[in-house]
Design a protein around this ligand. Structure first.
Ligand code: FEO
Ligand code: CA
Ligand code: CA
Length: 612
C-alpha cells in the first residue's frame, strides 16, 4: 500500500502560491498548480471559445443570458406536441395522460444529437417532473389520469429537428419522433439477465423490464446508439405493508416504504415492494437505445452496474476496447469504469460490446495517484458476477472504494486522455458515513469538510490509455466564494474569482476543441455563502491555464443541464431544467399565468462561428 497523507480541515485556499507549495499537506493542490511537471502541454483545437465571447455577469433574471456575440432560441418545451393529433399545451390543465404521451417530456436532462443521411435527431432524457407545477390545479389528490400523466412525462423524448434560416424547429409527425416511458418494454442484457433477483410476476424470465425513469445524464456510442442513465429510480417505490422491513440492499439504494409523491404504486402493483420485491432490481442501469429505429427495443446493460447512474462517458482504449466512465450520484458513493472484453470494430456488430467486460471502481490516494479495482466474486464477497451487477454499491464498499462528494458527470477530452469529474457537493463530508457505513474522510479528491460548493477533478490514466488500471489525479477547480469566504477553504481554488463564481458543478462536457463546459445545479439564493452567484449557469474552462469564464445564466430556479452540438459545431443545444421549481418563474413565455416549462435551447454565434 502506498503511504497516505492525512489532511486536516479546514483547508486554506488563501495562501500565496509559495506558501501553497510549502504546505505539503495538499499534494493534490500542488498538482493543481502544475508543479509536478508530469502533465505535458497539449495542443488545443484551433477555435478558442474564450476568445469569442464577452464575459456574462451573474444575475437573477427570469430568462437566459448569453454573451452579446451569441443568440439563443427555444427548440423544444415540456408538453410540446410531437404529433398533429396532440393538443397544444394547456397552462390551466397541463393536459391529460394520453396527450402527454404524444408530447415532449418534462425536466429535460442529458441529450445527444444524431445525424444520418441529413436527418437530424435530438434524443433527450426527461428526468422527473415538478409535481407542484404539473398538478397545480389540485391539492395533491391525484387521479389515476394525473398519475399516468406524470409517469408519461418521464423517460426519453426522441425528436427530429431541422434548421431553417438559422432557426431550429421540431419536425412534428416525423417517423422518428418517439416517446419512451416507464411503460415501454425493454430487454435486460448482460451478466444479470435471467437472474432470479430480476424475476417478477409479469416476467418469469428475468430478461424483460417495463420502462425507464429518472433518466439523468447520457452517453453516446461510436455505433450510433444513445445511452440513457437511470439515476434516482428509488423514489418511485413504496410499500403497502407497513410491517415490512427493508433489506440491507434496499436501504443502500434508498428504497423507502413511504411514497415520495408520484403515487405510481396506487395504479401499478409493481411499484409496491411488498407485492413486487424484485421490481427495483430491474432499474438503476444504463439503457441503450437505437434512435434511428423507432421500433427498436431499448436494452438495459447490466454489465455497467446498478447504481444511481449520472452519465456514461464512452471512449475507446488504445486497443479499441470500450471504456465507459460512470459516476454514482449520492453522498459518499463511487466512481466506476467499465472495460469491454472485445474491441470495437466499425465493420462488426457491436451489440454485445456493452454486455461482456469488467467493472472497476476508483480508489484515490492522497498523493495524487489512484487505481481501479475490478469488482469480482473473489474480492467482493458476492458469489457471482450477476449479483455484483445488481448490488454494485455493496460490492464496491467491500473493496474499499473511495467515497466521493457526489460524482455527477464524467467528461473525457477528445484531444488526449484527460478525464474530468464533477463532484457536486457533500455537506456530510467529514461529518457522517455514507449509506453503506463507509466513512467519508476529508482528504484526497474530497478535501473539504462540509463541502457545500463542490469541485471538478482531473484524472489522467497512466500510459495515456483509458484501459490503464492506475492513474494520477489533481483538483482542476474547487468552487467557492472568495467574496464572502476569504481565509477559509470555502474561498475556492485560485482560478475562482469574483467574476466567475459558481457552486455545485454537475453537467460536464469537453468540446471537440478540448475546452471544458461546466453546468451547475446549485443553490440559487444569491445570498449568504452563495452571494453573487445568481441563478444556475454554464461556464467554459481552458484546460491548460485553468481559466474559467461564465458563458450563460439560466432563468430563475432552474438547473442548467445537458449539452449537444450540431454536426457542424455551429449550434450548441443546452438544457434548461425545472425553471420556477419554487413557483417564481414563467420561463420561457414570461406572461402572467404562464407555467414555467423545461426547455432545450439552441445557441448560435452571431457570425455563425463554431462553438466549443
Ligand atoms: Fe440527475 Fe445527479 O443529477
Ligand atoms: Ca445531474
Ligand atoms: Ca445535481
Amino acid at each position: 500500500m502506498k503511504k497516505t497523507v492525512e489532511t486536516k480541515s479546514p483547508i486554506r485556499f488563501d495562501l500565496t502560491k509559495r506558501e501553497f507549495l510549502k504546505t505539503n499537506l495538499y499534494v493534490g493542490f500542488a498538482a493543481f498548480l502544475g508543479s509536478t511537471g508530469f502533465y505535458p502541454k497539449r495542443t488545443l483545437g484551433s477555435s478558442n471559445p474564450l476568445k469569442h465571447f464577452s464575459f456574462v455577469q451573474s444575475n437573477t433574471l427570469d430568462t437566459v443570458t448569453v454573451p452579446k456575440e451569441y443568440t439563443w432560441q427555444v427548440v423544444s418545451l415540456w408538453g410540446q406536441p410531437m404529433f398533429s393529433k396532440a393538443k397544444e399545451f394547456d397552462h390551466k390543465t397541463t393536459g391529460n395522460a394520453e396527450n402527454q404521451k404524444l408530447c415532449v417530456g418534462d425536466n429535460n436532462d442529458g441529450m445527444a444529437f444524431f445525424e444520418k443521411e441529413n436527418r437530424k435527431l435530438l434524443v433527450i432524457n426527461n428526468e422527473y417532473c415538478n409535481l407542484s407545477i404539473m398538478h397545480h390545479y389540485n391539492d395533491g389528490i391525484l387521479t389515476p389520469d394525473d398519475i399516468t400523466k406524470n409517469m408519461f412525462a418521464h423517460g426519453i423524448t426522441i425528436i427530429e429537428v431541422e434548421e431553417t434560416n438559422g432557426k431550429w424547429v421540431l419536425k412534428k409527425d416525423s417517423a422518428y419522433n418517439r416517446r419512451i416511458t416507464p411503460e415501454t418494454e425493454m430487454d435486460i442484457k448482460g451478466p444479470a439477465a435471467g437472474h432470479d433477483l430480476l424475476k417478477t410476476s409479469y416476467d418469469s424470465t428475468g430478461t424483460k423490464a417495463l420502462g425507464t425513469w429518472n433518466n439523468c445524464g447520457n452517453g453516446q456510442t461510436p455505433w450510433g446508439s444513445y445511452l440513457s442513465c437511470e439515476e434516482n429510480f428509488n423514489k418511485y417505490f413504496s410499500c403497502s405493508d407497513k410491517e415490512q422491513k427493508l433489506s440491507v440492499e434496499q436501504k443502500r439504494y434508498g428504497i423507502k416504504t413511504k411514497d415520495a409523491g408520484y403515487q405510481w404504486s396506487k395504479i401499478h402493483d409493481r411499484f409496491d415492494i411488498s407485492k413486487e420485491p424484485n421490481e427495483p432490481n430491474k432499474v438503476g442501469y444504463v439503457v441503450e437505445i437505437d434512435p434511428f429505429n423507432p421500433l427498436s427495443t431499448p436494452k438495459k446493460r447490466t454489465a455497467l452496474g446498478r447504481f444511481k447512474h449520472e452519465n456514461a462517458e464512452l471512449v475507446l482504449a488504445n486497443d479499441n476496447r470500450i471504456v465507459v466512465y460512470m459516476g454514482d450520484d449520492q453522498r459518499g458513493e463511487f466512481l466506476y469504469k467499465f472495460i469491454s472484453k472485445n474491441s470495437y470494430d466499425s465493420d462488426k456488430n457491436a451489440d454485445d460490446l456493452l454486455d461482456n467486460g469488467s467493472l472497476f471502481v476508483a480508489k484515490f490516494e492522497n498523493d495524487g495517484t489512484g487505481f481501479w479495482v475490478e469488482l469480482k466474486p473473489s474480492n467482493t464477497g458476492f458469489n457471482t458476477k450477476e449479483e455484483i451487477c445488481i448490488f454494485t454499491r455493496l460490492a464496491a464498499s467491500t473493496v474499499g472504494a473511495t467515497p466521493m462528494d457526489r460524482p455527477e458527470w464524467v467528461a473525457t477530452n477528445p484531444l488526449n486522455t484527460d478525464v474530468y469529474v464533477a463532484l457536486t457537493n457533500n455537506k456530510n463530508r467529514g461529518i457522517k458515513k455514507n449509506a453503506g457505513g463507509d466513512p467519508m474522510k476529508v482528504g484526497g479528491p474530497n478535501p473539504r469538510e462540509q463541502n457545500i460548493y463542490g469541485q471538478i477533478i482531473k484524472i489522467r490514466p497512466d500510459l495515456e490509455n483509458h484501459s490503464s488500471q492506475t492513474f494520477r489525479w489533481e483538483i482542476f477547480a474547487m468552487a467557492g466564494n472568495p467574496t464572502v469566504n476569504q481565509g477559509s477553504a470555502r474561498r475556492g481554488s485560485p482560478n475562482i474569482n469574483a467574476e466567475n463564481i459558481f457552486n455545485c458543478p454537475d453537467g460536464l462536457k469537453v468540446s471537440h476543441n478540448g475546452f471544458i463546459w461546466i453546468q451547475t445545479d446549485g443553490n440559487y439564493s444569491n445570498s449568504g455563502d452563495f452571494k453573487g452567484m445568481g441563478n444556475n449557469q454554464m461556464l467554459v474552462a481552458n484546460p491548460e491555464t485553468k481559466e474559467i469564464r461564465r458563458f450563460l445564466v439560466g432563468p430563475k430556479e432552474c438547473e442548467v443541464t445537458g449539452f449537444a452540438w450540431s454536426s457542424d459545431k455551429k449550434t450548441m443545444f443546452v438544457g434548461i431544467q425545472h425553471p420556477g421549481e419554487r413557483g417564481n418563474s414563467s420561463f420561457p413565455e414570461g406572461k402572467k399565468d404562464a407555467l414555467p416549462r423545461s426547455a432545450v435551447i439552441a445557441i448560435k454565434h452571431k457570425d455563425n462561428l463554431e462553438i466549443g
